[in-house]
Design a protein around this ligand. Structure first.
Ligand code: DX5
Ligand code: ZN
Length: 213
């Protein structure tokens, strides 16, 4: 069974509470929550008050993906807003070990996100300090982009480096076509925005993704 984390970036923001509840009632494992600052990535999404509102409606864990510079400044604030997992970008963290410890001490599960150009070897000395690694399979900043094919090889390399316990999450351009090979390569968690919320029946799309081996 694949763990599916629908990306609320593709939800209907005018009906956010409805979409959160729909995903709570689906086969989804987590809600994926994308935070963009317009500096680390060329786009803005939403901030702490919206995360709080999502938390109020949600029963499943919030998997918060920070695409922001200086994430250390906001660790306590995202914990207070309701984040269960907090994922920071390796490219945004000069003291990543310290950042991951601070996230864990704040009571959240720490994750490391990795841009498409960053090699898996960059994780060698730090992967043991994270509960999850989020491999970006698009350049972060927007939903609905095309999947980057070199991701499969990165999944295989990361699984070999990290062993069985690390959760490997794939984020960006996940479809029914590429999901089976991602899972066969060693991925555990599939983030899906457009594939879920762009489907005629989002709950059914989650169920189909979750049933993949
Ligand atoms: C991209 C975000 C993704 C995005 C995924 O910067 O981190 O989580 O919402 O959306 P899709 O699945 O549509 O590529
Ligand atoms: Zn994301």
């Amino acid at each position: 069974m694949a763990l599916i984390a629908p990306s609320l970036l593709s939800a209907d923001f005018g009906n956010l509470e409805r979409d959160v509840r729909r995903m709570d009632q689906s086969a989804a494992a987590w809600h994926h929550v994308d935070i963009m600052d317009g500096v680390f990535v060329p786009n803005l999404s939403f901030g702490l008050p919206v995360v709080k509102a999502i938390k109020k409606a949600a029963t499943k864990p919030l998997d918060v993906h920070l695409m922001i510079v200086e994430p250390d400044r906001y660790i306590g604030a995202f914990r207070d807003a309701g984040a269960d997992h907090l994922t920071v970008h390796i490219e945004a963290c000069p003291h990543l070990h310290r950042t991951l410890q601070a996230i864990r001490q704040a009571g959240m599960r720490p994750g490391i996100a990795v841009n498409p150009h960053t090699p898996i070897s960059a994780l060698e000395s730090i992967v043991g300090d994270a509960d999850l690694v989020c491999l970006m399979s698009v350049n972060p900043g927007f939903g609905g982009q095309k999947f980057i094919e070199s991701t499969y090889e990165k999944v295989r390399l990361l699984r070999a480096l990290a062993g069985p316990d690390l959760l490997i999450e794939i984020d960006g351009g996940v479809t029914f076509e590429n999901a089976p090979l991602l899972l066969a390569s060693g991925a555990d968690v599939l983030v899906a925005g457009n594939t879920v919320f762009g489907a005629p029946n989002p709950e059914e799309a989650v169920a189909q993704l979750a049933a993949l081996k």
